[in-house]
Design a protein around this ligand. Sequence first.
Ligand SMILES: Cc1cc2nc3c(=O)[nH]c(=O)nc-3n(C[C@H](O)[C@H](O)[C@H](O)COP(=O)(O)OP(=O)(O)OC[C@H]3O[C@@H](n4cnc5c(N)ncnc54)[C@H](O)[C@@H]3O)c2cc1C
Length: 379
Amino acid sequence: MAKSYDVVVVGAGVFGAWIAHWLRRAGRSVALVDAYGAGNSRSSSGGESRVLRMGYGADEIYTRWAARSRELWTELFDRVNRPELFRETGALWTSAPRDRRTADTIAAFDKCGVRFEFLIDSELRLRYPHIQFSSERTAMYEPDAGVLLARRSVQAVVEDAIRNGVDYLADAVSPPEAGAVKTQSGETLQAADFVFACGPWLPKLFPAVLQGLIRPTRQEVFFFGVPAGNRCFAPPRMPVWLDFGDERRPYTLPDFESRGFKLAFDRYGPEFDPDTGDRLARGADEAKAFIAERFPALAGAPVLESRVCQYENSISGDFLIDRHPQFGGIWFAGGGSGHGFKHGPAVGEYMARVLQGSIQAEPRFTLEAHLAAGARRVH
Ligand SMILES: Cc1cc2nc3c(=O)[nH]c(=O)nc-3n(C[C@H](O)[C@H](O)[C@H](O)COP(=O)(O)OP(=O)(O)OC[C@H]3O[C@@H](n4cnc5c(N)ncnc54)[C@H](O)[C@@H]3O)c2cc1C
């Protein structure tokens, strides 16, 4: 006996969870299906934490979406009594003087009403004596930025969606045929629209369309042990720190819940299979050397934990949200490209409106734009 819904959303990562939330809010009957569970350890939305920052250089659409998403995340967390899932730490962006991206970000902030402070060399060193700055001489500080506790945030969205009437199924879905999808346990799901929000799995499910347009890469993160009693690496003294001027593209997150000071490099690793890839980190030596170079008080600090996750990169770094070119009623929502987590609420809102026909598709998210895309430009 087939189950029938208005919309079936496949994938309960941050994109699918928020898409289901918004569709249900719009009065649709919705099933949300996930093969491994919301925020599972294989998914791109798994793990402890993600940065929520508004700075995107000249890519103003992401500044607006991040600001909108921040509003929606905090609204949800207040409503479900989980305010601890967003930590407002601020974000510090350091760069060399006359950096183009900083100038573009400031212009976008002015236009979108995002608060920021511009810091010169002497202020930077006075405020953050525990960071060893290298080529940077200026910085921008976003006070409203912070950290989302990732896995728990996705689970909170899904729990709320279920309370609001979304039907959640723990099952794997095969690519659709003739207006229906089959699950691994043998159920048939029927719907007018199917949204595949399967992150790094999208090219496996739809190889003919998405192979080469979304490329999963292996990414490592490390948590370093802070010396006993040292509060320099926790909020409020340590914000999120990003240095995209450094070619290693390092960023750090402060020590929360005494879990450790987190470091990762935002550059693409090797290709990765989200189902079968092993998740033992290999880059601890480089991470330790970087920590010793930029945070002298942490030289020799032990790695307490490491994680291997995967980015699901589109060619340009733009999201890919569009309908299947051949099959009506089949949609893709993915291409988070290492920066998508924060935008979950805005992605969900956008997808629901596109499905309702109440807004036009954003050209840069379309398959057509992705087929024509050059190198990564969104970070
Ligand atoms: C190391 C790392 C650091 C990052 N840092 C940041 C950051 O600081 N800030 C930020 O905003 N973003 C960040 N990102 C990016 C962000 O986490 C991702 O863009 C986002 O989580 C992608 O979510 P998603 O819902 O598209 O995919 P996923 O979270 O992968 O969800 C896809 C879901 O689909 C399910 N699924 C797959 N196939 C099937 C099937 N056949 N049937 C049923 N279910 C299926 C999977 O189980 C999974 O749960 C980072 C990513 C990584 C890996």
